[in-house]
Design a binder for this molecule. Structure first.
Ligand code: FAD
Length: 437
């Protein structure tokens, strides 16, 4: 079935072949080296947040589910200093909002009402900050950085995304809730998982949402098939991680995607991965003016200069791709567009909260990172503030960062690492094809 994956990618302007060639030759080598840079390697995350939806013993005790702890001394001091400064700045502006932390997921709904009920004229600094916070909340797809006391730096290089053994009813429950309750589904269907043929009656925004989630699911399952635990050194499956041998498992890939095992749907799920790839690629292009100005500060001058150079080179290549995803018509139907966008945001916010219910820490880490990456892509693609900035005649040399659109470090880290996962999945598919040949 991998050899039959051809033709146009749904809702996009290019073919699977075009993406394969572009990604495997130009993007994959570059993004793989960028994410090894210190700025992108350390991700701050709270893996101890309790699941807001249920409480039962669904934790994975397998060795492979654990996250290797990170020696805090290895974390570049520059990252920690920036974090501290950021907190101080945030606390300053929070004094004005008086409504709690505008970046807190659980507070957004309550806050929205608070802001909407306040009729103010933007005449004082206090009012301005209040409205600015309200605008920021509109941009949030719950891509909230975990920056509380329990959040810890994780060295992503020490914890590659791969087979962990997590599965069965607990993993199914997570996917089930994501698709059943938090994805837009065509009306009048009773299947739990959406069949692709039913998507045609849905609007672009809802199709895009479903395809993005399904593409993420595909990417995770391709990774665990490509980095499967083949055996330990005694050839005993599933034993000590340190002696494990990891590599591609064609049977697992078949089981996950071949039409005969997936009711004919598997190939479409892989096409959704290509859709998501193009969507995130477009977000990188759209935010490139911003990303080109980022300092990528870790405190190590040589490393930071190299990182900026690598990013600028990468963004040049990304911008050269001629068949960009076109988000410009999305959420434009006046009132309907506004409420649809709100619904879209709420669904995505729920999905990011569901990640705290994943019972395998390694899967949770990558699940949280990739949803934050996707949320950041949505924020970039659908931010009215960024649209205004890009369309206004601002002097491009004037720092965009001083303007109202902002990305936090963890959003940038998640965006690049999340995109790198998709790029690697497409590259791994090529490896599987070569093996099969
Ligand atoms: P599942 O992948 O659990 O799928 C459940 C059902 O969803 C399928 O029966 C099918 O009807 C439907 N479905 C499957 N794929 C798609 C798709 N792409 N689009 C739409 N519908 C689909 N395991 C690891 O080994 N390593 C990891 O790092 C890892 N990370 C995970 C992260 C998260 C957030 C979650 C929820 C799970 C993770 N898992 C991971 C588990 C993995 O995704 C599978 O759940 C597990 O391997 C069991 O797979 P399965 O074949 O039973 O079907």
């Amino acid at each position: 079935f991998l050899f039959e994956l051809k033709g146009k990618i749904d809702d996009c302007f290019c073919t699977i072949d075009t993406v394969d060639q572009f990604n495997n030759a130009k993007i994959y080598p570059r993004i793989s080296s960028i994410i090894l840079k210190d700025y992108f390697r350390f991700y701050k995350v709270n893996l101890k947040k309790s699941c807001p939806f249920w409480k039962d013993g669904s934790r994975c005790d397998m060795r492979y589910c654990q996250v290797e702890s990170c020696n805090e001394e290895l974390v570049p001091p520059g990252l920690k200093i920036r974090q501290k400064q950021h907190h101080e700045n945030e606390n300053m502006s929070l004094k004005y909002t008086e409504s709690g932390n505008e970046f807190d997921c659980d507070e957004v709904e309550h806050q929205d009402l608070g802001y909407l009920n306040t009729t103010i004229s933007i005449s004082t600094l206090e009012d301005f900050v209040l409205w600015q916070a309200y605008d920021d909340a509109q941009d949030l797809y719950c891509t909230l950085p975990d920056e509380d006391g329990e959040a810890q730096y994780v060295d992503l290089k020490l914890n590659p995304e791969r087979y962990t053994g997590y599965g069965g009813k607990y993993a199914h429950r997570i996917w089930l809730i994501i698709y059943k309750e938090n994805c837009f589904r065509p009306e009048n269907i009773f299947e739990v998982y959406v069949r692709s043929s039913k998507l045609t009656g849905m609007c672009l925004e809802k199709r895009a949402f479903y395809r993005a989630i399904s593409g993420l699911h595909s990417s995770i399952n391709i990774h665990l098939s490509a980095q499967y635990l083949l055996s330990d050194k005694n050839n005993n499956l599933l034993s000590d991680c340190s002696t494990g041998r990891w590599g591609p498992n064609i049977e697992e890939l078949n089981h996950k995607f071949a039409p005969e095992f997936t009711n004919g749907e598997g190939p479409q799920w892989i096409r959704n991965l290509y859709f998501l790839y193009l969507l995130e690629l477009r977000a990188l292009v759209k935010a490139s003016v911003y990303l080109e100005q980022e300092e990528y500060f870790t405190g190590n001058e040589k490393e930071d200069t190299e990182t900026r150079k690598a990013i600028n080179n990468f963004l040049l290549i990304v911008k050269s791709f001629p068949h960009q995803f076109n988000e410009s018509s999305m959420f434009k139907e006046n009132l309907d567009g506004k409420s649809l966008k709100e619904e879209f945001r709420k669904h995505f916010r729920n999905i990011s909260m569901i990640m705290d219910c994943v019972g395998c820490d390694k899967c949770k880490l990558w699940g949280k990172l990739q949803t934050q990456g996707l949320g950041t892509a949505f924020k970039i693609l659908f931010s009215e503030k960024l649209d205004k900035l890009l369309s206004s005649n601002i002097n491009r040399n004037v720092s965009l960062k001083k303007k109202s659109f902002q990305l936090k470090r963890s959003e940038i880290v998640a965006l690049f690492n999340g995109f790198a996962r998709l790029s690697t999945s497409i590259y791994e598919l090529e490896n599987f094809r070569n093996m099969m040949q």
